[in-house]
Design a protein around this ligand. Sequence first.
Ligand code: A2P
Length: 267
Amino acid sequence: MPFDQLDQIELPKSVTGETVLDVKHWTDSLFSFQITRPASFRFRSGEFVMIGLMVDGKPLLRAYSVASPAWDDKLEFFSIKVQDGPLTSRLQNIKPGDMVLLGKKPTGTLVLDALLPGKRLYMFSTGTGIAPFASVIRDPETYERYDEVILTHTCRTVAELEYGNQLVKDLVEDPLVGEMVEGKLRHYTSVTREDFPRMGRITNLIESGKLFEDLGVPKLNPEEDRVMICGSMDMLKDTKELTESFGLTEGSNAAPGQFVVERAFVG
Ligand code: A2P
């Protein structure tokens, strides 16, 4: 719906109507979009918020990780397209100038404050689970807190890695954080269903020790390492168990720990 029709509909009190600024389609099943950010909208890098559309006069909302950093004046999101999905079948058609609904209350556990201080920060992501980390790796505070920042991204196909590849490339060239990132941020990609120089699930790469060998770092350990995990329910379960097997304990906003998990939301 065009933004100028906004005053003709009644929005629920829990959301604001924001304008779509940009939409980028990465594959048949992945797209990202940017919307305006109201001055009152505050969040911590890594948090998620409700996003949606008015459908038949009613709000249809789903949780989305904010992919942009807290300092940015725009908000960015990275989404799958589900052809018969109630929201994403519609959301994938948005164009600049359209209106989307933005929840007023961001929240989440993939935030720096939910982790104890450490030397190395790992972010293990699969598929659209990279979204909250797109925010965290663009936050200067991440590099103030950690000596090494390791973002892993595993997808089924090579094309699905492109959002992350572009993100890291732009970041290195960014005037604000580019210098801070240099020599600290490592981007580690793998693919599971297509030929690629590095293949395999992140769980297998951790278990075999290949991840640590490739990076030239010690195995996961609770003294130095902190971990954020975001992917499907199965990926979370397996990666969490594996992380725990190295002796790391889970944290939360109320009680910071050595690792935190959050499901990658399905729009
Ligand atoms: P695979 O191709 O072997 O299933 P999805 O789109 O299903 O969320 O998958 C995204 C990526 O996450 C794929 O590379 C997939 O590997 C991987 N993956 C799926 N389940 C798990 C799991 N339980 N642990 C680790 N990685 C997983």
